[in-house]
Design a protein around this ligand. Structure first.
Ligand SMILES: Cc1cc2nc3c(=O)[nH]c(=O)nc-3n(C[C@H](O)[C@H](O)[C@H](O)COP(=O)(O)OP(=O)(O)OC[C@H]3O[C@@H](n4cnc5c(N)ncnc54)[C@H](O)[C@@H]3O)c2cc1C
Length: 328
């Protein structure tokens, strides 16, 4: 059966990105409403990616195609997007889903161009109307939501991580077959020879379900210890505003906002952050927002679900203490 939805699943550091699992699960949830057809996942990478491919059946993939070769071990926008385009054509896919991660956004637009397809980027909600998918995506730095439908025969969609759930009941493994790449190593203009990943065991901000972000209100890098302790207690990842990144208190990889990472966790703590529009652009789609700020008029309180007006140096140790008590 032809692919109704082709999901390009990202395999990095020995596992699939959570956003990709969400894409497969969402495709499986929607295929019935779209009149059937297979959910086919495409995995591009080295031998380890192929070995893990069958597990995508647990999220609802009917079949998995593995594009596996030594020269595909490292992400390369050129080769990955060409292979995905070729596979989408061969499978006559109506939809192509990609997680809106950094690499996902990189290839999704190239795939859309290669397929001459309409593209809905960074969507946070999907619905089926009149037998076709429609999308909602934040625009103008999260100040408005655009409702989008695509009129092309093939449609490419990137879904913001943490916007849709993974599968609730896990299925079995899916059948895996080799994908017809349609290109060879010689067709690719650039080659990634190695990737030096920064050694950290913290959950990436874009995948974290709880984030504790700190701003200039912390007064200095040494006080981020307060947030690290609180984050450890609740199993959260620490983020930051640009002001503290520019000041050199935190690495750029921690920055949330328009020129940092876009996050959509279940719970977002903004501690000593004013709530400038550029910060909101990166976190306003968080499900629940908690703000701690000593200024009752700080803009962050306009988007916060819960707010504490107070001095963070008093509030944070008490919050940590209370959570520890609750956890026993
Ligand atoms: C093109 C462009 C792109 C940008 N991109 C980003 C981006 O990606 N991400 C981003 O974050 N910003 C971005 N900015 C910067 C943004 O405009 C703000 O300057 C920045 O977000 C402010 O950071 P802040 O809230 O930490 O600092 P401030 O605005 O200085 O706010 C500090 C807050 O801490 C509170 N505070 C102080 N002391 C305490 C205390 N003891 N207890 C409790 N609260 C206290 C204050 O009341 C204040 O509200 C961008 C700006 C531009 C122009």
């Amino acid at each position: 059966m032809a692919a109704k939805i082709l999901v390009v699943a990202e395999f990095r550091g020995g596992k699939f990105k959570k956003g990709s699992l969400e894409c497969v699960a969402e495709a499986a949830r929607r295929k019935g409403e779209l009149g059937g057809g297979d959910v086919v996942a495409l995995v591009i990478g080295g031998a380890d990616a192929k070995a893990a491919a069958a597990s995508l059946g647990k999220q609802g993939a009917d079949r998995v195609l593995a594009a596996s070769a030594d020269w595909l071990e490292h992400f390369n926008s050129d080769s990955y997007s060409k292979i995905a385009t070729n596979v989408a054509k061969a499978e006559s896919a109506e939809y192509v889903f990609v997680a809106a991660t950094l690499d996902g956004k990189d290839i999704a637009s190239r795939i859309a161009a290669g397929l001459d397809a309409g593209y809905a980027p960074d969507v946070t909600q999907l619905a089926v109307e009149g037998g076709t998918l429609t999308f909602v995506r934040p625009v103008y730095a999260g100040k408005a939501y655009a409702h989008v439908s695509l009129s092309t025969a093939t449609k490419v969609v990137s879904i913001r991580p943490n916007s849709v759930p993974t599968a609730e009941s896990e299925g079995g493994d899916a059948a895996v077959a080799d994908a017809d790449l349609g290109i060879s190593e010689g067709d690719i203009k650039s080659k990634v020879t190695s990737v030096e990943a920064k050694g950290t065991d913290k959950v990436d901000l874009t995948e974290a379900s709880v984030i504790v972000s700190g701003g200039r209100g912390l007064k200095g890098p040494e006080h981020f210890e307060l947030l690290e302790t609180f984050a450890d207690t609740i199993g959260a990842t620490v983020g930051a505003s640009r002001a503290v990144v520019d000041a050199g208190w935190r690495p750029h990889s921690d920055q949330v906002g328009q020129t940092g990472k876009t996050v959509s966790p279940n719970l977002y703590f903004a501690i000593g952050i004013s709530g400038a529009i550029q910060h909101l652009a990166g976190m306003s789609t968080s499900k629940t927002i908690v703000a701690v700020n000593k200024d009752a008029d700080a803009p962050i309180f306009k988007v916060a679900d819960y707010g504490i007006v107070g001095d963070l140096f008093e509030v944070m140790p008490r919050m940590t203490e209370e959570v520890k008590k609750l956890k026993g």
